[in-house]
Design a protein around this ligand. Structure first.
Ligand code: SAH
Length: 328
């Protein structure tokens, strides 16, 4: 829902100020349309139905994986495809993974989104609507900006969304923004008033190898990104999450683990090793025992290092698999 349009429309209709909050409260709590908003006058519900589309997005397909993960393919009004995912865990965690761009201009070699055509930045309302569509399916309590796109290239919209997410049940403490290491965005987040978590998609502490698998490394060097993440830590006193995708025979050696341990400090960085989800790329995921060995090296160096649970693979909803196949 375009909340600017809602606000101006309510004004035009001569409605009192509290109407905006009424409509937003219903929407944030999972209402399926204006017709459910029983404390609004019937005529106003009709007017809003006509003048303010309930969502800026339309649902194209919905897939549910055997583990309960739901993936939605949504279209913007100008026909751009976006994917968004809801992950459900036995302990009650309901985590959503939202997209900040349709496609992605960065061409990380292992990621399916990087291989599709870049569309554009999404508006704050298009990002928020992904969360609202999922809120109509289930209650929510965690959010990561790890869907399609690079959130730091669209940070104003992302922060606007973060300010609204608590109304859907997702506190900023349970919200994370994941970045390839887009330095100006990291710095802007550090200076902002939004207390969300930061995650850095690092993937190799060897600069040459990192450039090979993530061309953006030529633009912002490891040292520059590291310095920006350190500034975030200094200001916020919150650990930075490091994501490290495990590519068999590429970045998963003991030597690479040592480079990673040398680059980071265990009290500032928490490392999440990510099993590689198959895409049409040239890579294979690391063997399980190699991942375990890599993790052990990091633990011996004093790091908190975990291996991420795999979710939603059977519907191509896992990390890096979001490519809007159905729309291609
Ligand atoms: N552009 C941002 C957010 C989107 S990607 C970023 O790169 O952080 C979210 C995470 O999924 C990143 O850590 C990314 O590197 C990872 N990823 C991409 N392709 C993957 C794949 N095939 N398997 C597992 N993780 C992948």
């Amino acid at each position: 829902m375009d909340l600017n349009l809602l606000r101006s429309t309510l004004e035009e209709l001569g409605q009192p100020k509290f109407r905006f909050d009424q409509v937003w409260k219903w929407t944030a709590e999972g209402a399926r349309g204006y017709h459910e908003m029983s404390n609004l006058p019937a005529k106003l519900r009709e007017d809003l139905t006509e003048k303010v589309p309930f969502s800026t997005l339309s649902e194209v397909t919905r897939a549910t994986a055997s583990d309960g993960t739901v993936k939605l393919l949504l279209n913007t009004k100008d026909g751009r495809p976006i994917e968004t995912v809801l992950m459900r865990y036995k302990d009650g965690r309901r985590s959503i993974c939202v997209s900040s761009q349709s496609g992605c201009p960065l061409t990380c070699t292992f990621c399916a989104t990087g291989a599709m055509k870049f569309g554009r930045n999404l508006t704050a309302w298009e990002i928020l609507d992904q969360a609202l569509h999922l809120r109509r399916i289930d209650e929510l309590n965690h959010c990561v900006f790890m869907g399609m796109g690079e959130p730091m290239m669209n940070l104003d919209a992302v922060l606007e969304v973060c300010r609204r997410l608590p109304d859907l049940g997702i506190t900023n403490r349970r919200t994370g923004i994941s970045t390839v290491g887009w330095v100006p965005g990291i710095d802007k987040l550090t200076e902002s008033d939004v207390p969300v978590r930061l995650a850095w998609s690092l993937h190799s502490a060897d600069s040459q190898l990192r450039s090979d698998i993530m061309p953006v490394n030529d633009r912002y060097s490891l040292a520059d990104v590291k310095a920006a993440c350190d500034r975030f830590y200094e200001k916020r006193r919150k650990m930075v999450f490091v994501e490290y995708i495990m590519l068999g025979g590429v970045n998963d050696s003991v030597e690479q683990a040592k480079l990673l341990a040398d680059l980071l400090e265990p009290w500032k960085y928490k490392i999440n090793l990510i099993p590689y989800n198959p895409t049409d790329s040239i890579y294979d995921g690391s063997e399980r025992d190699q991942m375990e060995r890599f993790r052990q090296v990091l633990e011996d160096e004093g790091f908190n290092a975990t291996i991420r649970l795999i979710r939603g693979r059977d519907i191509d909803a896992a990390c890096g698999q979001l490519a809007a196949k159905a729309a291609a």
